[in-house]
Design a protein around this ligand. Structure first.
Ligand code: MCF
Ligand code: FE
Length: 403
């Protein structure tokens, strides 16, 4: 057993002083340091001095490790151009992929305080690396395919990958299900994989209303997707409507990524069905997708997406981008909300004992040091300065061990 302490610990969305955490691989007790020391005089506390903060390890619920070989191969600036470049180069990118590229990506996330990731796996090429990762991984086996003739084969391939991941499950590797998007997955296939997810109680995620092109296609079979679907899939009609797609997820809270083109009515629907929204501001900017109206979102999460649509996987950089993007929001309130998005909110959405400093939860910590001259005026200034001043953690701890 160990005791760790710092000037502040982030707990129940507040910054508490003079507290200590007793832990092994899980958090055993959180109490005033003095009382913990009295109970355990034999344990010398690990102390972080100065303006230090112990946060629960951060959660980045949306990344694509299999695209880690991309640097400038994919076209940024417009979603449709990006998509054409994915079709043209995804084989090349997967061939260029090796374990060290994915391990570097994991390491980059760890340095920014991320101790749990959601990895969207399109091919299964990242399974072993995720299994061996120092962080916890929610491993989202992706299903994609809109042609009804291929549904059986795609479902079979999905089941195979899912079973393989289920065989590896433990408390740092959680099998899960990703449905690519309303435009790229046939509703029969969605229904089939959702049935599996529900029967095994697996977390689910989907890209949703990411681009204007997607929205136009789903609403009126028009726009930039028309030519793409004619060319690659020989079809002129979308397989889902927006409402029909959402209805498939009723009664099964899901993590919907992007929602850049969603309007208030869509967010109302997502909120009323207890779904969460994963906001990826840098990906959205780089693919020309616009700004998500996060002011309508109840349970907001924050993700980096992959190197397919980003230039770094640091969650600290993602927080900075979000803070700058939503310029009409009150600065400190937004900063506090963003810290919640990568801790408490993500914990709730994934239903895992991570993302909060709570007895019985895993001893996953992200420890930061802030400027000495920072005074605690209110909670908002600590959240704000964590976001704007920190480039990396002092320490990142997973299951009680420094990684
Ligand atoms: O989130 C970004 C942009 N939106 C959609 N898909 C992806 C992203 N990064 C990687 N992808 C993958 C996706 O998982 O690209 C592939 C899928 O396997 C083709 S997109 C039809
Ligand atoms: Fe994505």
């Amino acid at each position: 057993m160990k005791i760790i302490t710092a000037k502040y610990i982030y707990r129940d969305a507040t910054y508490q002083e003079n507290m200590g955490i007793l832990y092994n691989n899980k958090i055993i007790k959180i109490a005033p340091l003095q009382s913990l020391q009295k109970e355990h005089p034999d344990i010398e506390p690990i102390r972080y001095d100065g303006n230090s903060i112990i946060y629960p390890g951060f959660i980045n619920p949306h990344t694509h490790l299999e695209f880690s070989a991309n640097r400038a191969r994919l076209q940024f600036g417009s979603f449709i151009e990006w998509l054409y470049s994915v079709f043209a180069y995804r084989e090349e990118l997967v061939e260029a992929l090796d374990a060290s590229l994915m391990q570097n990506a994991l390491q980059e996330m760890a340095q920014s305080g991320v101790t749990t990731i959601g990895a969207i796996s399109s091919f299964g090429a990242d399974m072993q690396v995720c299994k061996e990762a120092k962080q916890r991984v929610v491993y989202f086996n992706e299903v994609i395919g809109s042609n009804p003739a291929t549904v059986d084969a795609l479902f079979g391939d999905f089941q195979h990958r899912l079973e393989e991941s289920i065989a590896l499950a433990d408390d740092s590797f959680y099998p899960a299900v990703a449905i690519h998007s309303p435009y790229a997955v046939h509703p029969i296939l969605i229904q089939a994989v959702l049935n599996v997810a529900k029967s095994k109680n697996l977390p689910t995620t989907a890209h949703f209303l990411e681009s204007k092109a997607e929205k136009e296609w789903l609403e009126s079979n028009s726009g930039d997707f028309k030519e793409l679907f004619a060319k690659y899939f020989n079809t002129a009609t979308a397989v889902n409507t927006i409402d029909g797609f959402l209805k498939l997820f009723d009664n099964y809270p899901t993590l919907f990524t992007h929602c850049t083109q969603a309007e208030q009515e869509h967010f109302d629907y997502l909120n009323s069905h207890k779904h969460s929204v994963i906001h990826c501001p840098r990906s959205n900017r780089l693919l020309g997708c616009g700004r998500t109206q996060i002011e309508y979102v109840n349970n907001l999460l924050l993700g980096t997406d992959g190197y397919s649509s980003n230039y770094s996987l640091s969650i600290l950089e993602e927080l900075k981008a979000a803070l700058m993007l939503h310029h009409k929001a009150d600065l400190k309130l937004l900063a506090s909300r963003l810290i919640e998005s990568i801790t408490t909110n993500a914990s709730k959405a994934l239903k895992l004992p991570v993302g909060e400093l709570k007895e019985g939860y895993f001893a996953d910590f992200a420890i930061f040091k802030l400027a000495d001259d920072l005074e605690k005026n209110d909670n908002g200034s600590l959240a704000l300065h964590t976001i704007i001043d920190c480039q990396q953690t002092e320490a990142t701890i997973v299951g009680g061990e420094t990684i």
